[in-house]
Design a protein around this ligand. Structure first.
Ligand code: ZN
Length: 106
């Protein structure tokens, strides 16, 4: 019944992992930048790094959610809210296949 969900989740997991790998790839140019001369650039780099860190945290949280949902597919509890056990509405699962909680408990 939830084979499609597992396939969707597997694809999602793969994409998130690729995005994370892209994000955490060490930048090759860092060694050649002079921080002394152009303060403006250094500042914007720091901001970029902060943005990257928060993007990474976001991706990791998403990945965690997807993996939890996949475990629930594996143990047969997928589609039921992990708090109240009520079925998660189909429309919600379609929009967020990684949802592990009903609307009331999300
Ligand atoms: Zn619930």
């Amino acid at each position: 019944m939830y084979e499609d969900a597992d396939r969707l989740l597997a694809e999602r997991e793969e994409r998130l992992e690729a995005e994370l790998a892209e994000l955490t790839r060490p930048p090759g140019e860092v060694g050649t930048i002079s921080f002394g001369k152009r303060v403006g650039e250094g500042t914007s780099m720091a901001v970029d790094r902060l943005a990257a860190v928060s993007a990474q945290e976001h991706l990791l949280a998403m990945l965690d959610e997807v993996r939890r949902a996949r475990r629930r597919v594996a143990d047969g509890t997928y589609g039921a809210c992990e708090v109240c056990g009520e079925p998660i509405p189909e429309g919600r699962l379609e929009a967020r296949p990684w949802a592990t909680r009903c609307v009331a408990h999300s």
